[in-house]
Design a protein around this ligand. Sequence first.
Ligand SMILES: [Zn+2]
Length: 204
Amino acid sequence: MKSIWTKFEADYSYRHTDLKSLSLIDHFFVTESFLDTCIFAAPLHFGDNRSNHSPIMLKINIPLFTAKENVGGLTIKRPNWKKAYSEDIEEYSYKLNEKLLQLPLPSSFGCLDVSCQNVVHSLERDSHVLDVLCNTIETSFECIPVSESHSKIMKKRPNLHGWKVNVLPYKNDSLFWHSIWLSMGKPKSGGVFDVMKHTRNKFH
Ligand SMILES: [Zn+2]
């Protein structure tokens, strides 16, 4: 799989709340042969977008005839905490601590209103949690030995009526938090564990 940014130039897709740090962390991943049918791609920077992420756009040329390509199973890479030496874990906690100290705390963290309805406060809080999570995951990949595992692509089952609208969002939430939880070494308690359990229960 290749990121479309290997073919098209892009400035950034994510702008940190400090309005200075930019990164290109959003991607479309396509197979190498599909890359040929991609005509154009770019992040879209709208002034009224309230998210730190810009939507990314991909224009594809759909061929009249397509060949079916068997891409095989997916390779999943994740930090393997069982293989980590105590020095790895020490380095991990040192580096993560350094990174978290660099993260500016949004000023709205001082808000003491327990029934606060301020949208900006809510966005800043969410964005800060994502920054902490991204740093945690990034550091675990830097310091902890990474293992690869293969997962077979499952046979497509016909979707039940209403499944996409009513269940799919919960499923995606559940999968997302589950993978974050896995990458953190399956902690048995803490915030990520709680969110993972909560989104999982909502889906099941
Ligand atoms: Zn507030």
